[in-house]
Design a protein around this ligand. Structure first.
Ligand code: GLU
Length: 422
């Protein structure tokens, strides 16, 4: 296969997702009928919708909402605003949400949505209009009992507030449980903003323990300094690790003696970028993943660890903060090299776990303390990590396959129990 074509095939997230599922289905000897159901998404919705820009011109945007499987409960998953959003990407992300909710055993199916847009190129007014119109387009699918969106790449608590308000306006009353990741003032949950990064930290510490290591002085590289990357870096530093490099989309900054994450966060809040952070050198994106370190946390986008760079990664532990950062080809290289990898569907499940708590609190109109939320999340993450570890040791597979075996089996049992309608 020509190199360009191989890169294209390797980097298609839907192919990655189906490949991972097929491998698990083979080991589970999944019934052929169930296999046909689970390797496809159940519903895929595409819309094209207009937004009037500030200069009164009209732009037509394309958005998606995909539900992969809803046999374990209502569909759950984020909304992504990014210029590279595609149907195949959103399908993969929806399938990964199904497995993620099943790994941590929360009563949801999997979904994802996205709009092809660079949200940073829009004014606040344009972003609000885009969000409200997209919410209206997908309102035929969403609702507290049906499909509950949340933040993802390029979206945040403010966007979730606009989304919730739009659906509420359609119904004539506040429907806070329609979406999670909202500001705390309008039914959001304490601890939600940090939840994904906190889960990454919990999984990192748990994985180190299995390797007979402690967090103290472990050198960490974090790719991506958004919500997941920055919180993971901060909490790993608090746990005793030394963060040596972090990155944004243009590249990263590196200091082999360690960076202060607190100062990085302050600097970025002030300057809007990490570029120019004192005492650190700039590294191009291609080199970031190859930096000398103990732990690598990819917390940006899909397809970052591929057959082209997996052999050069120095970390002995990879914890996937992002969804789908590693291709199947890279997985094999890392496995053969003995690198331990905590897969996305386990490592970043802290976010959707606290989303579940937010939904439960909204439905009950009864709110919990941050301590209670963090403690319950930690209990779920630790239990799930142990369950995955036990399967790894019993089946002699890697952690990704172990997580898949646990998740696919749970979803397959629910799907078989419910049977085929009519
Ligand atoms: N977008 C996040 C994820 O990929 C959170 C989803 C949610 O909370 O529903 O897990």
């Amino acid at each position: 296969m020509a190199v360009a074509q191989q890169k294209r095939t390797e980097s298609n997230p839907w192919r990655t997702a189906q490949h991972q599922f097929d491998e698990a289905a083979d080991i589970l000897k999944l019934d052929p009928g169930l296999r046909k159901i689970l390797r496809e998404v159940q519903r895929e919705f595409t819309c094209h919708f207009p937004v009037q820009m500030d200069d009164k011109t009209v732009r037509n945007f394309t958005g998606f909402r995909i539900q992969h499987n809803i046999n374990r409960g209502p569909a759950k998953g984020g909304l992504r605003f990014h210029p590279n959003v595609s149907l195949d990407e959103v399908k993969a992300l929806a399938m990964w949400m199904t497995w993620k909710c099943a790994v941590v055993n929360i009563p949801y199916g999997g979904a994802k949505g996205g709009v092809i847009v660079d949200p940073y190129s829009l004014s606040a007014n344009e972003l609000e209009h885009l969000t409200r119109r997209f919410a209206t387009e997908i309102s035929i699918l969403v609702g507290p009992d049906r499909d509950i969106p949340a933040p993802d790449v390029g979206t945040n608590a403010q966007i979730m507030a606009w989304f919730m308000d739009t659906i509420s306006m359609h119904h004539g009353y506040s429907m806070t449980a329609t979406v999670t990741g909202k500001p705390v003032e309008v039914g959001g949950s304490l601890g939600r903003a940090d939840a994904t990064g906190r889960g990454v930290m919990i999984c990192t510490v748990a994985a180190l323990e299995t390797m007979g290591l402690k967090p103290f002085n472990q050198r960490v590289v974090v790719q991506g300094f958004g919500n997941v990357g920055s919180v993971s870096a901060r909490l790993l530093e608090e746990a005793g690790c030394q963060v040596v490099a972090v990155s944004e989309d243009y590249g990263g900054i590196y200091n082999p003696l360690g960076l202060s994450v607190k100062k990085l966060i302050e600097y970025r809040a002030r300057e809007g970028t990490l570029k120019g952070f004192p005492g650190a050198e700039l590294v191009p994106n291609e080199d970031l993943l190859k930096i000398e370190c103990d732990i690598l946390v990819p917390a940006a986008l899909e397809n970052q660890i591929t057959s082209h760079n997996a052999a050069e990664i120095k970390a002995k532990l990879i914890v996937e903060g992002a969804n789908g950062p590693t291709t199947p080809e890279a997985d094999e290289i890392l496995r053969n090299r003995g690198v331990i990898l905590v897969p996305d569907i386990l490592a970043n499940a802290g976010g959707v776990t606290v989303s579940y708590f937010e939904w439960v609190q909204d439905l009950q109109s009864f709110f919990w303390s941050e301590h209670e939320i963090n403690a319950r999340m930690e209990a779920i993450m630790t239990r799930s990590f142990k369950e995955v570890l036990a399967i790894r040791d019993e089946q002699r597979v890697d952690l990704r396959m172990a997580a898949y075996l646990l998740a696919v089996k749970r979803v397959a049992v629910a799907t078989a129990d419910r049977g085929i309608y009519p």
